[in-house]
Design a protein around this ligand. Structure first.
Ligand SMILES: C[S@@+](CC[C@H](N)C(=O)[O-])C[C@H]1O[C@@H](n2cnc3c(N)ncnc32)[C@H](O)[C@@H]1O
Ligand code: SF4
Length: 385
């Protein structure tokens, strides 16, 4: 395999769940029956179509996200892995992650999923507290979540799990206890998300009706700082807003997004960013509704809309993704002169205020700046030419 080939990460979206969690605005749907054989054919066809756009590549990672991909049969997961690793050249240490919900039915599949080629799971634990799991509309208990982590550790090389914090009634003390439980499994990676109220979710309406209240901003910030400190002293360093890892155990796949490398997205609603042979970069997006996506595949009409990205678009996206990472960002890597992407005067103001540090061509955000990253990005963005 030629090492000179451009690398590729592959995202596969499985858009189905057992039930819809009240906080979730991901492209996930509940259906009474799903004919997997139709989906197998459709994924096969669409992977081949994606290959026609990317051409030959080194395959660095595959990520099965959702929805709930742990509801897929291991044979369908294995089939997709086989097709992908036949079309592209898998790296020796290819990372193959699958998002798993910790219900007993899904835990039973772990062995077969690992035999199918999955070597990393990301388990949606969300909380170790029974009442909060109920509040979050989860279908699993805290004990099932603990069991899923233990069994995951038996079958997969790498196990990560997700928790949601800044929940109603949460205090520094109760969160500390949960963090200690989380650390007790000794995993090398954790994703810890602050609860956000997303548009169009059941929580949006409940929150508007004041059926629950969220921790005040100061407490939420303290919980975040506590998370960073507690995990940090236990060897899990923050490397992205919500992601913590021991050195070398960061998610290779997600780093591809944040460092703005190429990835292909296959499945309803999946996004991609691809560099074409002529050097131009495109943004791809697949039809979102599962049934529309399938119909398009069956009719041989393609499922992907693609839009060319100008160098300025690329610079803005690269900055937006790169500044999520807890490391200095080198402005010299942008595809345009940095002052075409950033308003130099406004950057200088934030430097004077001590919110951003600059060393040579690198900038590094302080925690207060990271806490309002979107506002910072809007503020420093250069006006569109
Ligand atoms: C695609 S979702 C989950 C995958 C899997 N179906 C599950 O539920 O575990 C990925 C993660 O995003 C997080 N998440 C989704 N919506 C969120 C929200 N509104 N606030 C905070 N975290 C959220 C959850 O931790 C979830 O595990
Ligand atoms: S959080 Fe996971 S299980 Fe719940 S609706 Fe979203 S994707 Fe489905």
């Amino acid at each position: 395999m030629g090492n000179d080939l451009r690398s590729l990460a592959l995202y596969i979206h499985w858009p189905f769940c057992k039930s819809k969690c009240p906080y979730c605005d991901f492209n996930s749907h509940v259906r009474t029956s799903i004919d997997e054989s139709i989906w197998e054919q459709a994924f096969t066809q669409e992977l081949k179509r994606a290959y026609q756009i990317t051409g030959s590549r080194r395959l660095e990672s595959i990520f099965f996200g959702g929805g709930t991909p742990s509801l897929m049969s291991p044979s369908l997961v294995g089939h997709i892995i086989d097709i992908a690793t036949t079309l592209w050249h898998p790296e020796n240490d290819i990372e193959i992650t699958l998002e798993a919900n910790p219900t007993s039915i899904e835990i039973e599949k772990f062995k077969a999923l690992s035999q199918a080629g999955v070597n990393r799971v990301s388990i949606g634990v969300q909380s170790f507290n029974t009442e909060d799991l109920r509040f979050l509309g989860r279908q699993h208990s805290a004990d099932e979540a603990k069991k899923a982590i233990h069994i995951g550790q038996q079958y997969f090389d790498r196990v990560s799990f997700d928790l949601i914090y800044a929940r109603p009634h949460q205090t520094i003390q109760t969160w500390q206890k949960e963090l200690e439980t989380a650390l007790s499994f000794g995993t090398d990676h954790l994703s810890l998300y602050q609860l956000t109220i997303e548009q169009g979710t059941a929580f949006e309406h409940q929150y508007a009706r004041q059926e629950f209240i969220l921790p005040e901003e100061n407490l939420a910030t303290d919980l975040y700082q506590q998370t960073i400190d507690t995990l940090g002293i236990n060897g899990l360093k923050i490397y992205e807003i919500s992601n913590f890892a021991r050195p070398g155990q960061e998610s290779k796949h997600n780093l591809v997004y944040w460092t703005y490398q190429d990835y292909a997205g296959v499945g309803p609603g999946a996004h991609g960013r691809l560099t074409l042979e002529n050097g131009n970069k495109i943004a791809t997006r697949q039809f979102k509704a599962p049934e529309t996506w399938l119909k398009q595949v069956e009719a041989g009409q393609g499922t992907t809309e693609s839009v060319p990205l100008s160098l300025n678009d690329q610079a803005a996206e690269q900055l937006m993704m790169g500044l999520r990472l807890f490391r200095p960002f080198d402005l010299a890597q942008l595809p345009v002169a940095w002052n075409q992407a950033i308003d130099a005067e406004k950057l200088d103001i934030l430097i004077q205020q001590g919110l951003i540090h600059q060393q040579g061509s690198c900038i590094d955000l302080t925690l207060p700046a990271r806490l309002c990253l979107n506002e910072v990005l809007r503020y420093i963005a250069a006006p569109k030419p």
